[in-house]
Design a protein around this ligand. Structure first.
Ligand code: ADP
Ligand code: MG
Length: 351
């Protein structure tokens, strides 16, 4: 295991060491400036080894700050991060922060030399002590990221997706155990995202790499991540595997983020004959819309979304968004019955 002399080792309980590669304990990060911002607010978490964990949440929720804390780029105001039981060193411990077993790909390709060739951007990460090994290793890494046909091109001439592959290859060439990525698909055209996601998944399966990545667009990570951590206002409001979080979120925020769900208070729910003491969520695909001239609900608006349309249905008191297949259009203003097929009831009146 790669360690550094400045790591303090305090064994935690062995069971945790088996599953959690990264453990955060009561982490807090506060920015003081004109206005004090608690970017990460007393959070604890475990990140599983050899899996893909995605940190999701809207802009400003503290995702990038959390990733920097995990990597040791930022010193927490309180709490600590451990990698396999070892305290992750920060700037005050070490010239180059971060645990030696971790590599971070930051947002915006900051680490790449745009005017150098792809080959040099990647090979430069290895020492010149063994030229043959350097060549072999660089070729292998280029192949793994499917950019071996681009070796002689300048990074400046590549597409966003290709640049992201170069940045990942550069981070992986020294075989880190953990790869941290901040919004890795942001600059990648939608059509090429699936391919890159698939390749990252493949690398995780083949090499046992632990990946932690950030996304503000959950749709892109639902299919890719083994675990999601949902952040809101510096706190973790939900965590678990994508399917569980989609169907059984603990917090309405998760339901909105993952499913654009309709969130209703108990009085609103009662208008649909759902009588609950707490907030509920109704996913858009759990609503059937059936034309009925005598109903006191009607179609308020229709948003064309391609293979389906999003109908806004309801009345002056309540408006719900529902997915309706495009083949059976019902005009705006038509009276409709709203049939609720399923809903989630939260443990408290959360909003
Ligand atoms: P996210 O990555 O989820 O968009 P960030 O972690 O970047 O969120 O930011 C969380 C909060 O901390 C935001 O309110 C942001 O404005 C603030 N913040 C982040 N970095 C700094 C900084 N260097 N100085 C002051 N405030 C910061
Ligand atoms: Mg960010």
């Amino acid at each position: 295991m790669a360690t550094t002399s400045s790591c303090k080792y305090i064994p935690t309980d062995t069971q945790k060491l088996d599953v959690a590669a990264i453990h955060g304990e009561n982490l807090t990060s506060i920015f003081t400036g004109k206005k004090e911002v608690i970017a990460v607010d007393n959070i604890s978490f475990d990140i599983e080894e050899k899996k893909i964990t995605a940190i999701i949440g809207e802009s400003g929720s503290g995702k990038s700050t959390l990733l920097k804390l995990i990597y040791g780029l930022l010193e927490p105001n309180d709490g600590e991060v451990r990698y396999k039981g070892w305290l992750v060193p920060t700037r005050k411990d070490k010239l180059i922060p971060g645990h030696d077993a971790m590599k971070m790909v930051s947002q915006g390709f900051d680490d790449l030399n745009l005017y150098a060739k792809v080959w040099d951007n990647i090979a430069s990460q290895l020492p010149n002590t063994n030229i043959e090994y350097k060549k072999e290793r660089t070729e292998k890494t280029l192949k793994k990221l499917k950019i071996d046909h681009l070796t002689q091109q300048r990074v400046a001439d590549l597409s966003g997706g290709e640049r992201q592959r170069v940045a990942i290859a550069r981070a992986l060439i020294n075989d880190p155990e953990v790869l941290l990525m901040d919004e890795p698909f942001n600059q990648v055209d939608a059509a090429f995202r699936d391919g890159l996601q698939q390749d990252i998944k493949q690398i995780v399966v083949e090499t046992g790499l632990t990946v932690v990545l950030i996304s503000h667009d959950p749709a892109e990570v639902l299919a890719m991540a083994d675990t999601l951590i949902v952040m809101r206002n510096g706190k973790i409001v939900d965590a678990g595997n994508p399917k569980n979080l989609y169907y059984k979120p603990k917090h309405p925020y998760t339901a909105i983020l993952l499913a654009k769900s309709n969130i209703l208070t108990p009085p609103q729910a009662s208008k649909l004959n759902i009588h609950q003491n707490n907030t509920i969520a109704i996913h858009q695909e759990w609503i059937d819309v059936i034309a009925n001239q005598n109903s006191n609900f009607s179609i308020l608006d229709i948003k064309f979304r391609g293979f389906y349309s999003e109908y806004v249905v309801g009345n002056k008191e309540i408006a719900l968004h529902a997915i309706v297949k495009t083949e059976t259009p019902i005009p705006i203003g038509t009276g409709v019955d709203i049939k609720i097929l399923n809903f989630i009831s939260f443990e408290a009146q959360l909003l």
